[in-house]
Design a protein around this ligand. Structure first.
Ligand SMILES: Nc1nc2c(ncn2[C@@H]2O[C@H](COP(=O)(O)OP(=O)(O)O)[C@@H](O)[C@H]2O)c(=O)[nH]1
Ligand SMILES: [Mg+2]
Length: 312
């Protein structure tokens, strides 16, 4: 499933109805605002769109003119977040991503991808998917299974590794996850691997725990590569209930995160949820998960997202 076929703008028909009702300007904008909120676009973004529309659209205006404003504003919101990250201290997530995951001249720079997030969000599956994507792009990838808290935690990634032909460094059930990360980093640095993808345990339920765990793992990584992980990716299940979703958004406050992977978009492809995550965390969505197979991962593209969300 491609990103551009994933979303549907549920307000499209209703917006058409609003326009055919020939309302007065003020009332027209009120009705449009209502439709955007009903279609799951976050309130703050809806307000921005309506405000922009009021400034730039002269009465009478058409549905298509309004949709152009809508499209531009959504693009601005997303690009705003991506730019902010780019100019900040962190890595350059989106623009550099292709560079990072494809074979290039800077191959001597070893890459470290760290996955965090609550239990069941899709960390292990996404780690396997990304490893597969990078392997196909010519990288020599190593998987690191540091989830030693659950009996099946490590073996799940081992099975993926076997299926995809990617080596996995693991640890026994109950062993120290830090030592598994240490072993993974050691192999990365001393063998001819170009990247390691580290899966972590999902027992983390509070922000404090997440930070402590991240700090510990990051410290071990920095012993080998002083600049730390290339990307620390927060995995969020798009089908989560409101509470879990809010909790995941809170994790976005952790300054070490450089990107988000939004999983299970094949179940509920809600464009509004994507917008909300990007807006509330201020962290760019780098990948989306669209199924349970190794190939069910798409790189996030603002253009394709907006096209899919607004135009189909
Ligand atoms: N439909 C669908 N299922 C997914 C996706 N990503 C992960 N899953 C499933 O979600 C469940 C939990 O995934 P897992 O990787 O074990 O989560 P973890 O606990 O964070 O490591 C598994 O059954 C996965 O197959 C996705 O993008 N789409
Ligand atoms: Mg897991």
């Amino acid at each position: 499933m491609k990103l551009r076929n994933l979303f549907r703008f549920s307000a499209k028909e209703n917006i058409e109805v609003v326009f055919s009702s020939k309302k007065e300007r003020e009332e027209l904008f009120d009705d449009l605002e209502e439709q955007l909120i009903l279609s799951d676009i976050p309130v703050t973004i809806t307000e921005r769109i309506i405000q922009k529309g009021k400034i730039s659209l002269k009465t009478p205006f058409t549905k298509d003119e309004f949709l152009t404003v809508l499209r531009n504003e959504i693009t601005n919101v997303i690009e705003g977040v991506y730019k902010e990250v780019e100019t900040g201290d962190s890595m350059l997530p989106l623009s550099n991503l292709k560079l990072k995951i494809s074979p290039d001249k800077k191959r001597d720079k070893k890459k470290v991808f760290l996955f965090v997030g609550v239990n069941g969000s899709g960390k292990t599956t996404t780690a396997a998917k990304l490893a597969y994507k990078m392997k196909k792009a010519g990288e020599k990838v190593l998987l690191c299974a540091s989830d030693t808290f659950r009996a099946a935690g490590s073996s799940q990634l081992m099975m993926w590794g076997e299926k995809l032909g990617i080596p996995v460094v693991g640890g026994d059930f109950g062993s120290d996850p830090g030592s598994v990360v240490f072993n993974g980093m050691n192999s990365l640095m001393n063998k001819d691997y170009t990247a390691v993808i580290i899966d972590t345990a999902g027992r983390v339920q509070t922000k404090e725990n997440l930070m402590r765990e991240l700090e510990k793992i990051t410290k071990i990584i920095k012993k080998f590569i002083p600049s730390g992980p290339s990307e620390t990716l927060l995995v969020i299940d798009a089908t989560m209930g409101q509470n879990t979703f809010d909790q995941a958004i809170k994790f976005g406050e952790f300054s070490g995160l450089t990107g988000i992977v939004l999983t299970k978009l094949d179940g509920t492809a809600k464009g509004g949820a994507v917008l909300r995550i990007i807006e509330e965390t201020g962290i760019p969505v780098l990948f989306v998960g669209t199924g349970e197979k190794e190939s069910d991962i798409e790189e996030f593209s603002t253009e394709e997202f907006v096209r899919s969300f607004v135009e189909d």
